[in-house]
Design a protein around this ligand. Sequence first.
Ligand SMILES: Cc1cc2nc3c(=O)[nH]c(=O)nc-3n(C[C@H](O)[C@H](O)[C@H](O)COP(=O)(O)OP(=O)(O)OC[C@H]3O[C@@H](n4cnc5c(N)ncnc54)[C@H](O)[C@@H]3O)c2cc1C
Ligand code: FES
Length: 382
Amino acid sequence: MASKCNLTVNGRTVRASVGETLVDAAMGGWIAVPHDCCSGQCETCRVRVVSGAVDDQGTGEGDTVLACQATLEGDAVITYDEVPEATKRSGQVAAMRALSHDVVEVVVELRSPLDYLPGQYVSVTFAGFPPRDYSPTLRWDGTRAAHELVFHIRMLPDGIVSSELGRSIMPGHRVDVRGPFGHAFFRRGDGLMVLVAGGTGWAPIWAVAREAVRARPRRDIIVIAGARDLDGLYMRHSLDWLRDHGAREVIATAQQGGGGLVRSGRPTNYLPLLGPSDMVYVAGAPGLVDAVKLKALSAGAFCFADPFLPSQQRMSFMNRMARLLRTPGRTPVPQDAGLFAPQMAGMDDAGRLPAARPASRPAARRPLQETLFAARRLMRRE
Ligand SMILES: Cc1cc2nc3c(=O)[nH]c(=O)nc-3n(C[C@H](O)[C@H](O)[C@H](O)COP(=O)(O)OP(=O)(O)OC[C@H]3O[C@@H](n4cnc5c(N)ncnc54)[C@H](O)[C@@H]3O)c2cc1C
Ligand code: FES
């Protein structure tokens, strides 16, 4: 069997080795197929196999494969949608606002705008913390300035990053952003569009929904947004906007406390019958994404999804040291009841986050010796 073959990517042909992944083979000819994790998780590298010999390595969906996993068995032709090139930007947190008991809207102001397609995600590094993936979205009324990124962030009780929002991450905090990434971005079309979100999965879905309405106001759109309880349906104003702007059906679901306009259960209970020309977008917890994806693919519909997987990146030793030195004497917040209460997260009774750390409560300085002891403890654990 020949060890060399040709790979044609969006019309450009490069020489490659049999057995190489599509990403590596293309890279050998200086073509950067969009990718992020390179471990088959993020879907950024999904490409269409037009013809040829490709081993999908278990990642095939219709005529698409993950280019970071699939390998060449001979000559092949692949295509992918052009997306803005991934790049880096810096900026700072400009504003924070509680949207529900555990979801915060965080607005990051960048020094220069970042190009992305609605539905893509970026890697966000709040200075002193490990990077996290978040999906840029719009405010509930659809607004966003060109140099802003708006995020809906779920505060996890033991989240290294999210539990610090409103505490050590406040307006003015430095932020680095890398991206955009992801495959679940808005695509033009005529067929029925079904948009499904669970929790903060609403962030990319809202961005896609607004773009779909803007691009083709009379397109058939069905929107299903779910949450665990009524308070989790923080996107109700946006759902109203979609109802008023011609969406065929807008469904809100809650697993607990449904009734009236809010239906009981999960978004998967209310999926319409799907057909081969339909386009499905789903975002949120991996369980929801997998269930919707399965239904869509078995109906032959197109399905675009970037599941909200937990990050694998923990706090680095340097970051932990930097935090120890920067915020000495910080009293850990109890992990029990009330962690998500707005007041505990530094918010006022109305759920607003203060504009700056209160000046009246300066942090007590931890004696140098205590900081050094803590550093040694950390080093022993590394
Ligand atoms: C493509 C993509 C886009 C994303 N977009 C968003 C977004 O727009 N808004 C948003 O809020 N999140 C989003 N996420 C999820 C977010 O990046 C992760 O939840 C991240 O790990 C949170 O970081 P943390 O430091 O707060 O918690 P971590 O310190 O990472 O995790 C704390 C604990 O919670 C668990 N955990 C982490 N994430 C989840 C989860 N999603 N569900 C259940 N348990 C979890 C961890 O296993 C760990 O035990 C996205 C993820 C991906 C991959
Ligand atoms: S780069 Fe291939 S799945 Fe992430």
